[in-house]
Design a binder for this molecule. Structure first.
Ligand code: MG
Length: 254
């Protein structure tokens, strides 16, 4: 009975306060635009209905070798593909500005090496030029592998340390969910607004709207150089440890 009377009093107070504000709650309701429906139905569906599938488990038709634009030579088997060492980085044939990207990667159980030489790859969220040009979100075995913190898995290479280490052990599939906001440049090539990135590693937030300093580089300071829409690139690092694999890659343009 006491509970009921407390609730009644509380409702009465809310109504009195709303009245005291002297407004109509409908004044602050927005009914348009109505968000587009994105079908998210069956459990077997691997991506939202409005996503572009970049790897469907069957072929690398969406990808090309960066250095000569030839067909991607990495090895498709089962529902995944594996880096074919020495064939070079691969990138999407499509180009993107702002997007949401999902991909999964796996360090093999027989991984060897240490530090940067243990399962090194990378997601260049925007690829510029050939080689390692662009902005690299590091892929590495960081389950139990010491290296410089701004070079471990989930780092923006040599710029930003991940908020936490959410790495799974070799042999287990790991996911990156990335929200990328591309940089904007002025006509004269100078930077107007820097790029930003948010990353979840295995569902855990590791980069929170991080403001990128420029393209990631091995030596020296990062800097921006003007570019337009860019491919997404995966790294063939060249370290001698066993090759890593990827699967289930999709992107939603924003
Ligand atoms: Mg790398």
């Amino acid at each position: 009975m006491l509970k009921f009377s407390c609730l009644t009093t509380s409702l009465l107070l809310t109504a009195l306060m709303a009245n005291a504000q002297g407004g109509n709650p409908k004044d602050t309701e927005l009914w348009t635009p109505v968000p587009k429906v994105v079908a998210m139905s069956s459990e077997s569906q691997i991506a939202p209905a409005d996503a572009i599938i970049l790897f469907n488990g069957k072929n690398l038709d969406e990808w090309e070798t960066v250095k000569d634009k030839s067909a991607a030579k990495w090895i498709v088997s089962g529902d995944m593909f594996t880096v074919k060492k020495g064939t070079g980085n691969i990138q999407t044939k499509r180009t993107f500005n702002n997007y949401q990207l999902h991909l999964e990667w796996r360090i093999p159980t027989n991984i060897t090496g240490e530090g940067q030489g243990r399962g090194n790859s990378g997601v260049f969220v925007a690829s510029t030029g050939t080689g390692d040009g662009g902005y690299e979100l590091q892929v590495l075995d960081s389950y139990n592998n010491a290296t410089y913190s701004n070079g471990q898995a989930g780092s923006i290479y040599k710029q930003f340390i991940p908020l936490v280490n959410a790495s799974k052990k070799p042999g287990e599939w790991q996911s990156y969910d990335i929200i990328w906001t591309a940089p904007i440049f002025n006509d004269n090539g100078s930077l107007k607004t820097p790029a930003r990135i948010t990353v979840l590693h295995n569902g855990v937030l590791i980069q929170n709207n991080t403001e990128i300093k420029g393209e990631t580089v091995y030596i020296g300071a990062p800097k921006y150089k003007k570019h337009g829409p860019t491919p997404i690139k995966l790294q063939d690092h060249g370290d001698p440890s066993p090759a890593i694999s990827f699967r289930n890659i999709w992107v939603r343009e924003l």
